[in-house]
Design a protein around this ligand. Sequence first.
Ligand code: PLP
Length: 397
Amino acid sequence: MNLADLQALERRYLMQTYRRAPVEFVRGEGALLWDSEGREYLDFLAGISVCSVGHCHPAVVAAVREQAGRLMHVSNLFYTEPMVRLAERLSESSLGGRVFLTNSGTEANECAIKIARKKAHLRGVENPEIVSFERDFHGRTYGALAATPKLAENPALGPMLPGFRAVPFDHAGALREAVYENTAAVMIEPIQGESGIYPLSEETLLAARQACDETGALLIFDEIQTGVGRTGSLWAYEQTPVRPDLLTSAKALGGGLPIGACIAAGELGEVLEAGDHGSTFAGGAVVSAAALAVLELVDDPALLRRVRELGAGLRESLLEIDGVVEVRGRGLMLGVGLSEGIDAAEVAAALLRDGLIVNVPEPGTLRLLPPLTVDPAQVERAVALIAASLLGTYPDR
Ligand code: PLP
């Protein structure tokens, strides 16, 4: 089937909720993808920070093949070893408490919201509130959506879940004022991803931790995009002065398969009891085996150091390009701010034609989320392509 036929079929049979680029991918290996016409692309988006160990990493493929051939699914009414081992590994590598496994990021956040609300009820709060930042992105199911202020404004999707409030991004004072005894949780992306790669300042993170400690609210870190090595530590919070009470993960965790997790600190793992929460697929044996293989690869000091070094080098090289005004983020999670007047979407489209995949989270920003296993020569190639594209798209600059 050619691309035009595929596009026609997609328009006929898939709900039109996405604007897809006109490319059909058929194969991936490491940081490379190939389309249906045999063209090669360097993938600096990695399925939106999902394929962090690269496409079809042999260790992940082997784990999936092995598990899929033995046992795929029995439901959460029984035990399987990959599920329990994964929970152990996630807990021991982070907050130390119990884990609820999910099928996606938004579901991981639903679990965190449920824990926070129940915990607030347990201390006598009748109308618990969750505070997040403007332009935060926490997902698209109704709880997570309510904590995603920009999308929650859409009246056609209302009514929204009550009990959510947003404060200006990175405004420590506004956050402190918004958190009071009815606050169930402060929900934070340590680095905003979908809105353009904007890190929270240490001052705000410390203010959030302090406000939560003073009021009994929980501090939730949504590490769905920042986690699993993306910023150069297994979890982004490790490079900040604060430790959250709940941490959510997804995206890269499954190496390309859908899995998420809500990890609790200490006693918070006891808040949800039998009947409070559940999911048929969650913690399935195949996705859990894949996640264990991913963590084995990523939870490695040498790989994490490499992410920090490659990220620092990439940032420096990008800043030397004419048309780049700033580079935000940490590790291999970078937002490239372009000079005023440059349309990032136009640049990204040109880059795609040149064989480099990047994404545009907001009009003036290119978002780079390459696989953590990308090699230095590929990083150099990406920088050269971005420089050439900016020059080619805006030759008069
Ligand atoms: N939270 C953050 C920070 C995200 O970046 C995303 C997805 O982009 C989500 C939550 C939602 O994850 P999912 O799309 O797996 O539901």
